[in-house]
Design a protein around this ligand. Sequence first.
Ligand SMILES: C[S@@+](CC[C@H](N)C(=O)[O-])C[C@H]1O[C@@H](n2cnc3c(N)ncnc32)[C@H](O)[C@@H]1O
Length: 265
Amino acid sequence: MKKNKQLPLDQKYELYEGSVQNFEVDIEFINKEFKKTYGKKPLILREDFGGTAAMACSWTTQSDAHQAWGIDLDPEPMAYGRKVHYEKLNDDQKSRMNYVQGNVLDRYQFSPDVIVAFNFSYFIFKKRQQLLDYFKAVRKALPEQGAFFVDIFGGTDCNQELEEKTKYDNHTYYWDCDSYNPLNNEVQYYIHFKVGGVKYKKVFSYDWRMWTVREVVEIMEEAGFKTVTTYWEEDDDDDGGNGEFYRSTVEENCDSWVTYVVGWV
Ligand SMILES: C[S@@+](CC[C@H](N)C(=O)[O-])C[C@H]1O[C@@H](n2cnc3c(N)ncnc32)[C@H](O)[C@@H]1O
């Protein structure tokens, strides 16, 4: 079998973050929505499936009262995150940032205001019971005025094999749905990159179940969240989203969308 060309580790995560992450927008959204619900700022963040924990590092720069934890099983992205994101923090910010190599299903000693599971990472739980167990663990870890933020994607394009290509200044990013099983909603996604004319295939691989918003809402409710809020992105003038999300329960489907679901304790 032909082996795929390997990217150097640092470049692998740099390209990943440059293509898929927008944590500044996520942090602004969390702050705005949390304030709207509880009338105060969230100070302590737990970033589940944190990978490089870029978002958690950035969280600590908001004030000297902000603390963050990034939890991931894999030491490889965490090592990159420590070298690139953690090292940019000053000593005080570093003292409020914690990398945890661990399982999101485990219990931890700290009590965060907000837990996030972004970039659809909870899609690794394919059975309803597994997702329920995870949501219950999150619910247990939150205090009375706590919140759980997840993102989710869908749309008519998402239930089929399709490769999307996005060009950036120095590389091309491919989001490739290699297989979609209509009988159980299981999907196999890959991320490929092209840099300097060379295509690096299957740099990241995601063996997931495509959950629907309704399933996520119902499982959060079953896990004990008092209220679950669904959001939708405002349109811009060019038939796309403008990065602003509002609370909503009825919308028209489109080819492809990404949105948030939030569980309030
Ligand atoms: C799609 S990546 C997401 C990285 C990051 N959250 C982001 O937004 O780019 C999924 C990450 O989840 C981690 N992971 C998978 N199962 C986990 C578990 N049970 N506990 C903690 N981390 C897990 C993987 O190691 C991987 O780094």
